[in-house]
Write a protein that binds this ligand. Structure first.
Ligand code: SF4
Length: 171
């Protein structure tokens, strides 16, 4: 697929509709699509795209948008910056990030928004401060930020509720 589009792009000046056909089930197919479509877009090849998964078509749209977002070609909705966790993480960050994502999905977000969910006080505050809304975890607690300002420190169990509340107030 990559070789075919690259070769064609050398020969003709037509707009290209790109995609990886028969990419597979959502988990593997998303990765295959991201690699194939993303590589071409990064080279400037591709004008429209489709993601083809053996699954829910809504998932195809989600993956397509995230591929574009990763390349800086789409900024509608929410951009998440989430730390990968390490020995410094003292809160259940994967659960917090997943819950936050699910709750925010239900909100009427009209403008592009960046949310940072970070695990520690070493690298967390910087990212959290630069995002529209952010969280920097500590030991069983975390500090919340809104547009660069510290909002307060809350116990781990309250972090998602407080952050969602903040986002709702400001959007
Ligand atoms: S932000 Fe902190 S907890 Fe997360 S990976 Fe980086 S150093 Fe580790």
């Amino acid at each position: 697929m990559l070789a075919a589009y690259r070769e064609l792009a050398q020969k003709v000046d037509y707009p290209f509709h790109i995609g990886v056909t028969e990419a597979g089930t959502p988990r593997r197919g998303s990765i295959k699509s991201a690699v194939g479509i993303g590589a071409l877009l990064a080279e400037g090849i591709g004008d429209t795209l489709r993601v083809s998964l053996a699954g829910d078509p809504l998932e195809e749209v989600f993956v397509a948008k995230e591929i574009l977002r990763s390349l800086g070609l789409y900024n509608e909705g929410v951009n998440y910056i989430v730390c990968p966790t390490c020995g410094r993480t003292k809160i259940d960050l994967p659960r917090i990030a997943a819950e936050l994502e699910a709750r925010v999905e239900a909100l009427p977000i009209a403008k592009p928004l960046t949310l940072a969910v970070m695990g520690c006080v070493v690298n967390g505050p910087g990212e959290a401060r630069e995002a529209d809304f952010g969280l920097a975890g500590g030991a069983g607690e975390g500090v919340l930020f809104a547009r660069g300002q510290v909002i307060g420190k809350y116990p781990e169990a309250q972090l998602v509720d407080k952050l969602v509340e903040l986002i709702e107030q400001k959007i």
